[in-house]
Design a protein around this ligand. Structure first.
Ligand code: LLP
Length: 436
């Protein structure tokens, strides 16, 4: 997919760059991003809205992968940005991303984070709970620009995905219950305060979703309420944000839809409601994360040790693992892989790819067919662009890998590999007299 292909040497090439050269130049493990593919994904979402003739914002959910370079790319592509913490906000500001196109999320934004967002003039704060309304009300300075907010609602829809990552159910830590009267109390509070400009409503029903029904149902549920609120509060929203969650193809079992398909169904659902309500079409915002960067990312690993458990399986270990991709361990996520330095060789054996961390659960792939592997072979695991680097950690004091962007035959380092010095940079040795 994307610009990935086998070159004349039988090596995996991405963005016109030989991955064996990347491994030599930047070392392994290495995250490699196909920039052309990110652009293609971003443009197809934007184009889909343009074709439907509706005002929209496509906000990149930066939790999927954030770095200064990624934010610069998102800016170039005309995306908005969903940030969920002071750290993501800070990185985006440092990248020169326009604050007015940022949306601040989070179920427990601190006073400092909210203050920071207001000082930079973020485009919108997605208000999650009553406490946050109170804090924002306090922070608001009379006479200043009213705080643009969306209210996050939980429409009680369970999207088809892994349990741990669904957030649209009523029983969720996120947002105001749509069906239990909480939203109405929140609207009353926000409309009664002079601090806020209520832009509209937000909901997010889950992640790695392959169907459109969930989004359509969410739009319908929200508009059922909007209909009530139109009379009750004389209020109609300017913006309806239906979140992210569009699925990608990790393995053959996954069958995602093209971006246009999701967008068309969402827009049609909203248009239908708007017509019935005889109100103006609101702007539609979405927040794709995974579907913008997921399949654009590939991780390169060097193969090291092997262990055979007679009559059971063969473990092949790589120089990374749950420290750079925690998804298999955390969600039983499935991935595909290829031997990047020997793409022409026939698949001869079934092996399981193990990480190098001190934990039995540190497995990246179970039972995959590969050519017979040797130490120093280069393994490429595809579709690691979302929630890979962003969830990377230093378990076992393993430094985080580097990240490179490739495009048109050129590679650019965008995140340096961590060093051992980085690993101890915040450690403070005991004062000698304390050590008895
Ligand atoms: N908007 C909101 C409010 C979200 O909570 C999320 C993801 C997104 C947008 C973007 O969703 P996406 O388009 O990327 O599916 N760590 C998990 C995924 C957690 C998703 C959390 N929220 C994983 O690795 O699968």
């Amino acid at each position: 997919h994307g610009t990935s292909k086998k070159n004349e040497l039988g090596h995996l090439e991405i963005g016109g760059v030989d991955t064996t050269e990347l491994a030599k130049q930047f070392g392994t493990p290495l995250y490699v991003y196909d920039v052309a593919l990110i652009k293609e994904r971003a443009r197809s979402f934007k184009k889909a809205f343009e074709n439907m003739g509706v005002k929209a914002q496509v906000a990149y959910a930066s939790k999927a992968f954030s770095s200064i370079a990624m934010f610069q790319l998102a800016k170039e592509e005309g995306l908005s940005l969903d940030v969920v913490s002071g750290g993501e906000l800070y990185t985006a500001i440092k990248a020169g991303f326009p604050a007015e196109k940022m949306h601040l999320h989070g179920n427990n934004k601190s006073r400092e984070e909210l203050k920071m967002a207001l000082e930079h003039g973020v485009g919108c704060i997605v208000v999650d709970n009553f406490y946050e309304i109170d804090v924002l009300d306090e922070l608001y300075v009379d006479g200043e620009r009213k705080i643009p907010v969306l209210l996050r609602v939980t429409p009680g829809i369970e999207a088809h995905t892994h349990d741990y990552i669904t957030t649209g159910q009523e029983d969720s830590k996120f947002g105001f219950g749509l069906l239990n009267g909480q939203v109405e109390r929140a609207i009353e509070k926000v409309l009664a305060s002079k601090a806020f400009h209520l832009l509209g409503f937000h909901c997010h029903i889950g992640s790695q979703i392959f169907e459109t029904q969930g989004f359509v149902l969410a739009a319908e549920r929200v508009f059922e309420k909007i209909k009530e609120w139109k009379d009750r509060f004389s209020y109609v929203p300017e913006v309806v944000n239906l979140g992210g969650g569009f699925g990608i193809r990790y393995t053959e079992e996954d069958a995602p839809l093209p971006a246009t398909y999701y967008v068309e169904k969402i827009v049609e659902a909203v248009q239908k409601q708007v017509k019935e309500l005889n109100m103006e079409m609101p702007e539609i915002w979405i927040e794709p994360g995974r579907s913008l960067v997921g399949d654009a990312g590939t991780t390169l690993y060097s193969i090291g040790s092997q262990k055979e458990v007679p009559d059971v399986r063969k473990y092949v270990a790589v120089d990374g693992g749950m420290t750079d991709n925690i998804r298999p361990a955390l969600y039983e996520a499935k991935y595909e892989a290829a031997l990047a330095n020997r793409m022409n060789d026939k698949e001869e054996e079934k092996v399981s790819i193990a990480g190098k961390c001190c934990e039995s659960g540190d497995m990246l792939i179970w039972d995959i067919a590969l050519p017979s592997v040797k130490p120093n072979d280069l393994l490429a695991i595809s579709c690691t662009g979302a929630y890979g680097y962003s969830m990377a950690n230093n378990y076992n004091r393993i430094p985080r890998p580097a990240v490179v962007f490739v495009e048109d035959g050129e590679a650019q380092l965008v995140v340096k590999r961590e060093s051992y010095e980085n690993i101890i940079v915040n450690d403070i040795p005991l004062k000698s007299k304390v050590v008895k």
